[in-house]
Design a protein around this ligand. Structure first.
Ligand code: SF4
Length: 83
């Protein structure tokens, strides 16, 4: 199984997702479900950072999503501070 980078984020392709909710079951601390079963990111982030303890489950969710709607995205580089 491929490892998940420590700064990986979960990307959901909403054009593919059909709201079965498997991802929310695998990642309950990261995702809830709305009234129709679609995943809702609990912290409101567009691409939530995957906590260390959830990396294995995030990989499983990506691999098992029936619509191939999930992927892992690297965090954007930190912006440099203006002086
Ligand atoms: S497992 Fe995939 S299809 Fe199912 S709710 Fe999550 S993103 Fe959508």
């Amino acid at each position: 199984m491929t490892t998940v980078a420590k700064n990986a984020r979960l990307h959901i392709d909403w054009t593919r997702c059909d709201g079965r909710g498997l991802c929310a079951e695998l990642l309950p601390k990261l995702l809830g479900r709305d009234d129709w079963g679609y995943p809702v990111v609990r912290d409101g982030a567009r691409e939530p950072l995957i906590p260390r303890e959830a990396r294995t489950y995030a990989r499983a969710a990506v691999n098992r999503c029936p619509r191939q709607a999930l992927s892992l995205a690297a965090s954007p580089p930190k912006a440099k501070r203006a002086r």
